[in-house]
Write a protein that binds this ligand. Sequence first.
Ligand code: NCD
Length: 312
Amino acid sequence: MTLKGRSLIEPSDFSLNEIEEILRLADRIIQEPHLYSEVCKGKVLASLFYEPSTRTRFSFDAAMYRLGGQVLGFSDPSTSSTAKGETVADSARTIAQYSDIIAVRHPKEGTALHMSRYADIPVINAGDGGHQHPTQTLTDLLTIHHYYGSFDGLTVGVCGDLKFGRTVHSLITCLSRYSNMRFVFISPEELKIPKYVKEKAEDAGIPYIETTDLESCIGQLDILYMTRVQRERFVSEEEYLRLRDFYILTKEKMERAKEKMIVMHPLPRVNEIAVEVDDDPRAVYFHQVKFGMYVRMALIMKLLGLEAPQGR
Ligand code: NCD
C-alpha cells in the first residue's frame, strides 16, 4: 500500500516499513535540501491549530514553504468559525475544498480522527489532547536514528508527566514495535503512564520498569526523554504546582549518566531541565527540533504522493 492519500492519526497507522520510508526520505532531504525546494509547488497545507504551539506549527509551515508549497490556517481558533459554533466535521469538509493536506492540533482527543472522516484529503494529527502526537514521534525516531543508527538494543527512559504527555504515548507505542528494547518509565505516582500504553510494551514482550526515582536509573539509560508537566490538562492548579518541579535534570545528575546517553525533550521546556545542561554534548533537544522540520517535509511529500526530484 502506498502512503499517498492516507492520514496519520497515530503511529500505528503506518507499518514500520512505511515509517522507515519516511525517515529515509527525510535523510535524503537533509543531505540535499535544495533539490526539494519546488516539490510542493502549487500545493496548499491547511494548518489548523486549536491549541497553542510553537515548534509543531512552525515546523509544519516551514516544511511546506521549504518544499515550495503554501500554507493557510489559524493559530487562534477564536478567529475561525469555530467561535460561531461550527462543528469540526463541517470545518473539515470546508477546509478540504481549499487545500491539499491538513495538519490539525486540538485539545480534544480524537478530533484529528474525526476530521479525517469528513475531509477527503490527508489529515495529520499534530496533537490531540493528551492522546497522541505522531509527528513528534517521527521527529524522535529520526533523532534516535541519527545518534544511534538503529532502534535495536536501546534502553529508553521517559521521565516526567507520562500520564498526560501525548508525545510519550506515541513514542512508546511506536517503539514497542521494535524488538530488543527496554523501557524505564520515570514519573510521580500521580502521573504514571496509562495502562493502554504499557500494554503495548507488554504485548510485544518488551521489558520495562516503573520508578519514581530518576537518579537511581539514569546510569542504565541510552536515551533520557524528558517531558514537561502538562499544566493545561490538570483539573487542579494546586496539584500541578505540587508536581511541576518533581524532576529537574541538572549537571550533577548528568554525571551519573552514560557518556553516550542522549537527552531528548519534545519542548517546550519549563523547569525540568536546568539551563546548565544545554551545553552538555549529550543534550540534543535543540537538534531534535530541526529533525522535526525535515521529517515533516518527508511526510507531506509521501502523503501527497510526490516523488523525489528526477534522478534521485
Ligand atoms: C509537545 C506537545 O505539544 O505535546 N510539544 C511539541 O509538540 N513539541 C510537548 C509539550 O507540549 O509538552
